[in-house]
Design a protein around this ligand. Structure first.
Ligand SMILES: Nc1ncnc2c1ncn2[C@@H]1O[C@H](COP(=O)(O)OP(=O)(O)OP(=O)(O)O)[C@@H](O)[C@H]1O
Ligand SMILES: [Mg+2]
Length: 288
């Protein structure tokens, strides 16, 4: 494995030792014919948004699935609050306070918002029936405190993607999650919805939640994150303080060079059948 191309400038784990909630070290994960992660180390601190970016297939989603217990690494160590942890399922991760919010929203579409919010811990009456009054009251409290303008009685499957995402995030705060992982959360959102999401992320951050944020959109990374780690071909190419870097540097780490545009320019001086190839460096921000 090659070492990172950029050192973790003033962002080494020791600099934030007190706030590190979750850390992986030397993670390896292969699928048939592809090494998805090759010796990856990455950490998440309380009250911080740590962005993870890379080109398609660089390994971000695989790393996040390992952090959220939906995939097991082939090798490496996972530490949760300083202790080695084995997360054998997303449920086990959720019980520890680690929640992955991915593009395919995991709410049960047929159930109400209230039922989705408290799925797995529904308040029950003494004879085993759901205590609907308590459920609705607690759901209303959670929705209000997270500014989700949705009725607890609404059916999840009838909400827009943005609203469903907000309900999922509200669920994270209902369960007092300590780690929330967002995998390309704005992919299906409008600009206004994305802005609302950024505000929610900032609120979680101020509550001390450790947030991982995967995005290909460089502008978004600079909008929401405190640190950014760049993956390329399953390896960490750098971990940087977002305020101390710029789009060009992150792009260069993502693609391994400054991307160039090539244009063909006719040069009359060279005659009608000769052309000159010109290259122009430009930053890449996929999807923006
Ligand atoms: N379940 C799987 N089976 C086989 N190969 C997989 C599996 N999951 C991921 N891969 C491969 O591992 C590599 C990393 O995939 P991963 O989804 O982590 O990348 P990514 O950076 O999140 O990609 P994208 O930008 O497309 O979301 C890719 O080559 C992918 O094809
Ligand atoms: Mg992905």
């Amino acid at each position: 494995m090659n070492g990172p191309e950029v050192s973790s400038r003033d962002s080494s784990p020791s600099a934030e030792a007190d706030g590190v909630v979750m850390r992986v070290e030397g993670i390896r994960k292969s699928f048939p014919g592809v090494v998805a992660l090759n010796g990856v180390s990455f950490d998440l601190c309380a009250g911080e948004v740590h962005a993870l970016c890379g080109e398609n297939g660089a390994g971000e989603s695989t790393l996040m699935k390992i952090l959220a217990g939906s995939q097991a690494p082939d090798a490496g160590v996972l530490l949760f609050k300083g202790r080695p942890a084995v997360l054998s399922s997303p449920l086990e991760a959720k019980e520890k306070g680690i929640l992955l919010i991915h593009q395919e929203i995991s709410l049960v579409p047929e159930l109400s918002v209230a039922e989705n919010l408290f799925l797995g811990s529904l308040p029950l009456l003494s004879f085993g029936q759901v205590d609907r009054k308590t459920l609705l009251r607690r759901a209303q409290e959670v929705l209000e405190s997270n500014d989700v303008g949705v009725s607890p009685n609404a059916i999840a499957g009838e909400l827009s993607i943005a609203k469903r995402q907000m309900v999922e995030i509200a669920r994270a705060s209902a369960f007092q999650c300590e780690v929330v992982i967002f995998d390309e959360p704005t992919a299906s959102l409008t600009e206004t919805e994305a802005e609302a999401l950024f505000e929610t992320i900032q609120r979680l951050r101020h509550q001390g939640v450790a947030i991982a944020y995967i995005s290909h959109k460089i502008k978004e990374i600079f909008r929401v994150s405190d640190r950014v780690t760049v993956l390329r071909d399953g390896e960490v190419r750098g971990t940087l303080r977002t305020r101390g870097t710029n789009e060009d540097e992150v792009t260069r780490l993502m693609i391994g060079r400054t991307r160039t545009a090539i244009s063909i320019v006719r040069s009359d001086a060279l005659g009608p059948r000769c052309c000159v190839l010109k290259t122009y460096p430009f930053p890449v921000s996929r999807g923006m």
